[in-house]
Every structure is written in C-alpha cells, then in structure tokens.
Design a protein around this ligand. Structure first.
Ligand code: C5P
Length: 237
C-alpha cells in the first residue's frame, strides 16, 4: 500500500518502548504519531530518529500561541522532518495563516492540520469559555477558518467526518481518532467507529493507538486492520 491510512499513536511515557515498537513496524504499512507525553519525555531526537527510519511522523503537539511563536514552532518541527503537524484553529486566522506560511510551498512540505473543538468538550463546557454554539456548529466554523487559512485539513471524530467532507470538499484532509477494529474493546473512548466505518464517513487517515500498541502482537493487529480495510475497499489483501 503506497499511502497507508493508518497512523499508529505512540502513546508511551518514554522513548524505549516507542523505538522498540517502531523497530517491529513497516513504514509502508503505517505512519506514526508522536504526542505531548512522548515528545516531552523523549524529545526532538526521537522524532528525527523515527523519520530517519523512513516513517512519516505526525507531530501532535496542537500548537496554540501568538502567530509568530506558532510559526517558528512549525518551522522547527519541519526541520525535524515531520510529515504532519497540528495547531488549534481557535488560535485565530492570523495564527493559522502564519503557521501555514512558515511551512512554504514545496510539494513535500509538512501537512498542517487544525484541531477544532476538543472531543472532551461538550456544549456546557463551550458556554463556560464564552462559545454559544453547539459543538458541531463550532467544529464546522473552525474547519472553515482552517480552510480559509490554507491549512490541509482537520483532526475530527469519525462522527463529524461526513458533514465536514460535504462542507469542505474532497481535498480537505480528515484525520480521525477513536478507531476500534471490529473485534476490539473501546478503552476510554466514548464514541468509536471501525476503520471501515470511518473511511466510509470520509476519513483520509485513521489514528489507532491501544488496539495496536497494547496488542499481544502489534504487527498482527496492524495487518488485521489492513485486511479489514482491504475487505471494505474490495481489494485483494
Ligand atoms: O489508544 P487510542 O486509539 O484511543 O488513541 C487515540 C489517540 O488519538 C491518542 O493519541 C489520543 O490522544 C488521540 N486523540 C483522541 N481523540 C481526540 C483527539 C486525539 O483519541 N479527539
């Protein structure tokens, strides 16, 4: 598969288990996501190491600051060789534009996506911070803002994917966590979809953590998800 839709979330407390898993995975079969916990503990050298092993790395640090600071952070991430990074759309249009401009126009520049509304926030939480909109309205509004700033897409729940695909068109990347293969538990995720359901809803990339990282055999778990996807797409495995 030339562009695997699966992004494995390396949610580990330090670099050793992350590198051990990466050593068993094939960059042709998955991309890797490095989030705040692993980045704060293992640092930028780990990101360079993973990229150097041929993995496309999604640096999930959700930048949110003044435009200049975010733009410089995006540039620094770009120098690490990351494939994708993200910022909070609620940082505003000027911040989004500065971040996007910082990454340049080369065809292989890192993809920049936005976080709209954190899935941990409900309508009452939004009201507390001065947002008088239903979460789905706010997601649409912030996704439109990300599009206006020239960002490549958003992180969203698979439930939001269908509406966003309709609103933002075919080229807008939708990256969805909360994915659980047909035969696995939900962990602490409230609303889950299988890989096939998420792709059907319009997702481009699927973030999968514990179903792979905590599997007795992570490589077999990843291959099983590929088989599930191939089956959905009607491709030979
Ligand atoms: O283990 P699991 O598959 O639930 O991991 C999902 C990953 O996606 C984690 O890194 C989590 O932080 C991230 N994520 C999420 N829900 C969001 C945004 C990000 O689960 N709304």
């Amino acid at each position: 598969m030339s562009d695997s839709p699966i992004i494995v979330a390396l949610d580990y407390p330090d670099g050793a288990p992350a590198l051990a898993l990466a050593g068993r995975l094939d960059p042709a079969l998955c991309k890797l996501k490095v989030g705040k916990e692993l980045f704060v503990s293992a640092g930028p050298r780990l990101v360079e190491d993973l990229a150097g092993r041929g993995f496309r790395v999604f640096l999930d640090l959700k930048f949110h600051d003044i435009p200049n600071t975010v733009a410089q952070a995006c540039k620094a991430a770009s120098r690490l060789g990351v494939w994708m990074m993200n910022v909070h759309a609620s940082g505003g249009l000027a911040m989004l534009r500065a971040a996007r401009e910082a990454l340049g126009e080369a065809p292989d520049r890192p993809r920049l996506i936005a976080v709209t509304v954190l899935t941990s926030l409900g309508e009452a939480d939004l009201r507390q911070v001065g947002v008088d909109a239903a979460p789905e309205q706010q997601v649409s509004r912030l996704a439109a803002l990300a599009g206006e700033a020239g960002l490549d897409g958003v992180v969203c729940s698979a439930r939001e994917a269908e509406a966003l695909r309709r609103e933002r068109g075919r080229d807008f990347l939708l990256v969805t966590p909360g994915i659980r293969p047909a035969d696995s538990g939900s962990d602490d995720q409230q609303r889950i979809m299988t890989p096939a359901q998420a792709l059907r809803a319009g997702a481009d990339y699927l973030v999968v953590g514990r179903p792979i990282t905590r599997a007795a055999d992570p490589v077999a778990a990843l291959k099983k998800i590929h088989a599930e996807i191939a089956n959905f797409l009607g491709e030979p495995t």
